[in-house]
Design a protein. Structure first.
Lengths: 217, 217
DNA sequence: CCGCATTTACGTGTTTTACGTAAGGAATGA
DNA sequence: TCATTCCTTACGTAAAACACGTAAATGCGG
């Protein structure tokens, strides 16, 4: 048996969604709610497995609701339903802690499937959402790669060694000791790096090292 | 009409794949090849729309083949087919420049669909691959978020202002001038930030600022 | 009103950066 | 072979930044 709560600010839509779930013997809708505060209150006493949350906008209030519910009800799985399936809203809800997202391409069957999936501890995203996420990810993967090839090749291997250690928070003295060279030499290497790459500050040098995978964030 | 080349080191499998494509009037298999060098050579003279590449392993040779073909034949779309559908191989082939990937869940229909999709300039990934990529992306999104909420809240708004400017490569003096305070005060703020966050070096402070979206890389 | 964090600031000593200079070695090409 | 160029090494000097301690004024919540 899966206990379900449904939240929608529009009572009519709320009832509509609720109706879609009747007739499934394993589903028990224990709460229909159209008020944010009442929802938060009630969920303190009632144990619910899945919360279906219809989002009409990407307001901070809505996102905060997800964040807060996740903190107060760690076991609760939140399934966001929204006609707005922009990249922005999807990413923000996932970051806020939603476990599933149904875009406007979803029907009753995908809603039911999503509830089961969330209950089983997995994430569920409808097809259109999957596409959005995947495209974004793929393009970020590709973008990553292009940025790799610019200035880093102009650095010598010694310069990269120095930059790497320094980027891992070693002091000049520590670097000097490790390579058996003078602190002044370490400084020189860093000066040369800055000159070559035309960097204004050491902060820029950190950023460069991160961008070029010399160090991790 | 879509011109197709097929590469597989195993002649038997090669013929099998080739056979799957007969009977589609819009497809024309113009090259079956089981040798890397011959493939590269022939593709210099023959114009092909889609190359179906069966990868038996993630060797550097295979990945380089993709990279090289992409450089020499920019219009060519490479569709990778592989029974190995690990995260690693998928990510590497995408980075190398493959436009599609068919995992072991694929059948003849998805192969045909993939060829059409690539020809139309889009990417194609079979269901299992989509899952792999999506899970990775989602978890990276979530990981991002967890690191967001910890320490940054402990900083005062003044401290964040200072950190932000400093992270944009402003000198202490410039920051001091902008806020009409002493350089010593700027130093104090930075000291307090380092203490609060328990950071060992200014390099760490840059990383912190990046992780917490105070500055851009 | 008291305690606590914030913002402001200084003192002192160390480390790092800025900018210039330079010597010895390896690689390269005329 | 000799000139050139880059790399690695290193120092001088002055300015800037950092480490660590101290401390006064301000403001806010209990």
């Amino acid at each position: 048996m899966i206990d379900i709560a449904i939240f929608d600010e529009h009572r009519l839509v709320l009832e509509g969604i609720s109706g879609l779930l009747t007739g499934i013997s394993e589903f028990r809708v224990v709460l229909n709610c159209d008020d944010r505060n009442i929802l938060t209150e009630k969920l303190k006493s009632i144990q619910v497995h899945v919360l279906i949350l219809n989002m009409h906008d990407i307001s901070v209030r809505n996102l905060n609701l997800i964040v807060q519910l996740n903190i107060s009800n760690p076991k609760l799985k939140i399934l966001v339903v929204s006609v707005i399936d922009s990249e922005e809203i999807v990413l923000k809800t996932i970051k806020a802690g939603a476990k599933g997202f149904l875009g406007k391409d979803s029907d009753r069957n995908s809603l039911i499937e999503a509830v089961y999936t969330l209950r089983n501890g997995h994430d569920y995203y409808s097809k259109s959402i999957t596409h959005i996420l995947l495209n974004r990810y793929i393009s970020s993967l590709k973008a990553d790669d292009l940025s790799d090839n610019a200035d880093i090749n102009s650095l010598s291997s010694r310069q990269i060694e120095i930059l790497k250690l320094w980027g891992e928070s070693y002091s000049n003295q520590e670097i000097a000791d490790r390579f058996f060279i003078s602190v002044r030499t370490v400084e020189s290497h860093k000066n040369h790096i800055m000159q070559k790459l035309n960097l204004k500050s050491t902060v820029d040098m950190v950023k460069f090292a991160i961008k070029n995978n010399i160090i991790e964030i």
